[in-house]
Design a protein. Structure first.
Ligand code: SP5
Ligand code: ZN
Length: 388
């Protein structure tokens, strides 16, 4: 298991409206600092990634997963607000007026066809869906660094030479023993944002970027492998449903399975009846669980979720991993304890190692900072007992 970090992820530090209070966002740099300090005392080495050497390819990949005008908004809106005197350099932009239309249904424009408003203040809500995605001066830099970790992991795993110096390279079926795993200490997280809306502390969807990078590399580097969506799957274990990831793959054969709090944020998605559409019908699997869910129910549900992946076709698994399922998390309501993450991890790794699946783990949420590092370490250790 390799752990990747980029110090630029620490720069983004903003505010949110939570429970009618405008507060420093719970999704803060302290989360990663806490994880790094726990890992420093552990047997795990953290590899520092500099995104300058991958930036061109990363930006191409981000343009396939996100709208160009949205990326431009993330990159330049803060400067624009500062230049016009609307905000201080150390301030954060929050949305103002969401595009909800006051006309009968048949006259209502499609949400995706509405042009961005000319008004600078209005654009902040055109490109967001809630008030927990403030934009400060370094938001774009951190979002790129976070996405860069996901992209780097994908390129390391698809260049099998980096890990495997045996002659396996030309063999069609990877040896089960060669399933490699990379954990990315991503921040900001990604699974709530879609192609053009920030929200839920997310700006660029790291899982989408990782999957697209894996699909492109898988198709490009090994000619006998078709660009086939079924070779990649996403398992989402954050407490909140990954609405952005689900919507992106909804009509594609990329398997998406999510276990999350029922009737919780982001409120309008995550129902078990959402199973995919068109080509993607049957590839989307939601497992909403009630408040107070214990680890035994959770593990039983995890086994059911894992049954939905076509393990013999799959080559890569991307895990959106949130520790907001922890019993003390301020945004979660499950009863999962630190040591339980080792068992959760072990159950996943027993499948990925049996089938030689290369895995990328992306950090999503988790806000109980005092034990965040221990939760993650427990997950890493559980993985190790199963995979090596
Ligand atoms: C990546 C991730 O975990 N994002 C989660 C963002 C959730 N933000 C909104 C949570 C709303 C909870 N409402 C309770 C308010 C009163 N305490
Ligand atoms: Zn979450």
């Amino acid at each position: 298991m390799i752990v990747l970090h980029n110090p630029n992820v620490l720069l983004h530090d903003t505010i949110e409206l939570l429970g009618a209070k405008l507060i420093p966002a719970l999704e803060s740099p302290k989360r990663i600092l806490a994880i790094l300090s726990t890992l420093q005392e552990s047997e795990y080495h953290v590899q520092i990634i500099d995104d300058s050497e991958i930036i061109g390819n990363l930006q191409d990949c981000i343009r396939t997963t996100h709208d160009a005008s949205y990326i431009d908004h993330l990159q330049h809106s803060h400067d624009e607000w500062v230049t016009s005197g609307s905000i201080d350099q150390d301030g954060s932009i929050l949305p103002e007026c969401f595009p909800v239309f006051s006309m009968p249904h048949h006259e209502r424009p499609d949400r995706h066809e509405v042009a961005p408003p000319k008004d600078m203040f209005a654009r902040s809500s055109y490109y967001a869906f809630d008030l927990s995605s403030g934009i400060m001066k370094d938001t774009y830099t951190s979002a790129i660094a976070s996405a860069g970790l996901a992209y780097k992991a994908a390129s390391l795993l698809s260049t099998r030479r980096d890990f495997d110096d045996s002659k396996e390279e030309e063999v069609a079926d990877p040896s089960p023993a060669k399933g490699q795993t990379i954990m990315c200490l991503c921040r900001p997280p990604g699974h709530h944002c879609d192609t053009k809306h920030a929200g839920g502390y997310c700006y660029l969807n790291n899982a989408l970027i990782c999957v697209e990078a894996l699909l492109t590399a898988g198709a490009g580097s090994r000619s006998h492998v078709e660009h086939d969506d079924t070779m990649v799957g996403v398992l989402d274990l954050d407490f909140h449903h990954g609405n952005g990831t689900q919507s992106y793959f909804y009509d594609r054969k990329v398997t998406y399975a999510s276990i999350h709090g029922q009737n919780e944020y982001p409120y309008y998605s995550g129902h078990a009846s959402e199973t995919g559409r068109g080509l993607g019908k049957g590839y989307n699997h939601n497992f909403p669980l009630p408040s107070g869910t214990s680890v035994s129910t959770y593990l039983h549900t995890l086994d059911r979720a894992l049954d939905h992946f076509e393990w013999t076709r799959l080559q890569f698994l991307v895990i959106s991993l949130g520790f907001d399922t922890f019993h003390l998390d301020p945004l979660g309501s499950f009863k999962i304890y630190g040591e339980d993450y080792a068992e959760i991890s072990r159950r996943i790794a027993s499948r990925t190692s049996a089938y030689g699946i290369r895995t990328v783990i992306l950090l999503e949420g988790g806000y109980y900072i005092a034990e965040l590092g221990l939760c993650l370490l427990s997950f890493l250790r559980g993985w190790k007992t199963e995979s090596s």
